[in-house]
Design a protein around this ligand. Structure first.
Ligand SMILES: Nc1nc2c(c(=O)[nH]1)N[C@H]1C(S)=C(S)[C@@H](COP(=O)(O)O)O[C@H]1N2
Ligand SMILES: [Mo]
Length: 200
């Protein structure tokens, strides 16, 4: 398996964060935006990847498992001030998806839609790093429903509200679509190193 070689090389600790032992399990340790964790049947789950792209695709769970798997170790930082260190994520490198769907030259942003109605977005450029994954395993095990099963985004250098859980649709766009928390007062840049927590 390919690794991004980041393991163990922490580049300091972002301001205003405190480590805790493990991720929160949404639905148990933390409420979800719609009340309960979305029920996802893996036999019916489809990941739709579309927008301004030359080759839109729909992937079933089995299709997804056939794509090349990579691992990346990173820290996870929630804007509420907690961090979980050294998480080993495994999944598909986001860049691989970009190469598969061939975005049009007009594309500047990518929106993520989730089974709980949550949304977030990032610039395409921010998603090309080797540590940006569509992850389906954490520390050697398939994700649990409370941590985003079957598939979540991992963007280590952004506050965790960019790391969309329960993804169902990915859309490549020329216009920015503002996400759920980003339209409720949280920073759209969400840079953990710059302490970009709130809209200014
Ligand atoms: N679909 C979806 N993704 C989401 C959220 C959400 O409410 N819905 N919350 C975000 C926030 S604020 C955090 S801190 C992380 C939590 O991930 P964890 O359960 O693995 O700790 O998921 C992010 N992704
Ligand atoms: Mo969060």
């Amino acid at each position: 398996m390919l690794s991004d070689g980041s393991s163990g090389k922490r580049k300091g600790f972002p301001p205003g964060q405190k480590p805790i032992k493990r991720l929160l399990r949404w639905g148990k340790d933390h409420p979800t935006i719609e009340g309960s964790v979305p029920k996802i049947d893996l036999r019916k789950w489809i990941l739709t990847i579309e927008g301004e792209v030359k080759k839109p695709i729909k992937l079933s769970w089995n299709d997804l498992l056939k794509l090349p798997i990579v691992e990346s170790v990173s820290d996870f930082h929630c804007v509420e001030g907690w961090s979980v260190l050294d998480l080993k994520w495994e999944g598909i490198r986001f860049k691989h998806i970009v190469n598969m769907i061939e975005p049009e030259d007009t594309v500047k942003f990518v929106s993520f839609e989730c089974a709980d109605g949550y949304t977030t977005s990032l610039s395409l450029e921010e998603l090309l790093g080797d540590n940006i994954l569509l992850a389906y395993k954490l520390d050697g095990k398939y994700l649990e429903e409370g941590t985003g099963a079957p598939l979540r985004l991992v963007v280590p250098d952004k506050y965790a509200y960019k790391s969309a859980m329960w993804i169902t649709r990915i859309k490549f766009t020329s216009r920015k679509e503002i996400g759920y928390w980003e339209s409720r007062g949280y920073s759209d840049t969400a840079d953990i190193w710059k302490n970009d927590r709130f809209l200014r």
